[in-house]
Design a protein around this ligand. Sequence first.
Ligand SMILES: NC(=O)c1ccc[n+]([C@@H]2O[C@H](COP(=O)([O-])OP(=O)(O)OC[C@H]3O[C@@H](n4cnc5c(N)ncnc54)[C@H](OP(=O)(O)O)[C@@H]3O)[C@@H](O)[C@H]2O)c1
Length: 429
Amino acid sequence: MMSPALRVGLLGCGTVGSAVLRLLGEQREDITRRAGFQVDVTRVAVRDPHRDRGIALDPSVITDDPNVVVKDPDVDVVCEMIGGVEPARSLILVALDAGKPVVTANKELLATMGRDLFHRAESSGVDLAFEAAVGGAIPLVRPLKESLAGDRVRRLMGIVNGTTNFILTRMSQDGLSFDEALESARSLGYAEADPSADVDGHDAAAKCAILASIAFNSRVVASDVYREGIGSVNQTDIAYAAGLGYVIKPLAIAELEDQDVAARVHPAMIPADHPLAAVNGAFNAVFVESDHAGELMFFGQGAGGDPTATAVVGDVIRVGRNLVLGGRAVGCTCYLGRRIRPMDDMEGAYYVLLDVRDRPGVLAQVAGVFGRNDVSIKSVWQEGTGEEAQLVLITHRAREGALQTTVRELAELSPVSGVRSVLRVEGSE
Ligand SMILES: NC(=O)c1ccc[n+]([C@@H]2O[C@H](COP(=O)([O-])OP(=O)(O)OC[C@H]3O[C@@H](n4cnc5c(N)ncnc54)[C@H](OP(=O)(O)O)[C@@H]3O)[C@@H](O)[C@H]2O)c1
């Protein structure tokens, strides 16, 4: 039986968990009136119970044993904000098996073990809500799962990692090098001491997998997502992109190609007038293309304690209402088993920057390599002369595999002293 108040157990009280506690405190009255019940945090598990968290918290609710929280009969809903795979996974399973709905912000866990978790939620007949796992404050999961349930999404293209968007924005707008921009992100708290999860695309790949699973009703895990980091983007690429009317953005793209799912994260050039080109700094946005709704864009703060807490609290209220009134939110919607299209079979346009020795016939030789591999050149021009010339090429849509063969052959060509950059061009064809 539910008590008059919804009793919430928090697993973790770090950046997100402490913001959830603050928000529940600050908005207490409004939440009670909107939800129809009071929300009380009755248990909080942390690693170090003695750490000062800057929030008033009754010491008797704090424990360093998260199992106490999930098993406590005075906890109706469990909020998992520990992060990582274990012990988060085991704790969520214990809660679900005990018939307690779970709210989680854990993209890493969902993008690797989502199938098991949803299966357990299904068999226990309780909600597993995860709006905060992708896009922080931006409502994405519910719009895709519920608002667009009658539509058919064809493609998602988004900026789902604020750290890399911040770095590329500073490189583009302020002329910083990659290292300088990363340092600036660190000093503002946007980047971790070890930034690899962001810079190498792991965080974006997990979010891309979750969004693709929801959009295309088929399980996509993080390792299905092709991944390239932003570490190789440099000022030369940014300048050429600007000259061509493009900006370079850290993109996550999930699309249906002949009923297969294709999912990838990598930096790419997009037209300067594309809606995503205006998404700067640490902001996130996801651009959705669907058959009936057409084009939609979701924009906002994709991380940070306070923004993310709003998504967590929204989920707590929703699963709480389901507990009180009966019923459940839409559960797992991965009812298809779509093939994951290998990256080599994907199609796109490319920007290729070559260092060449400016000699008669070089352009013909370079064009010959593209032609032999069935990659059609849309535009080409040369910068500089002599031994240090550069050729900038933009292709029409081509198969990734064909483009990669082209690049390998170009690197072997005698007048080509180096393939300096290859970037995908999105959003224009
Ligand atoms: N931060 C963001 O902007 C953001 C945005 C969207 C989603 N998320 C997701 O939200 C989750 C939490 O992120 P966060 O940034 O809040 O992490 P965090 O600041 O590192 O907080 C983690 C919390 O979990 C506690 N904890 C860790 N291991 C524990 C264990 N074995 N038993 C009990 N408590 C344990 C820690 O305790 P101590 O405090 O004692 O160390 C801390 O309170 C992650 O899944 C993350 O991906 C974060």
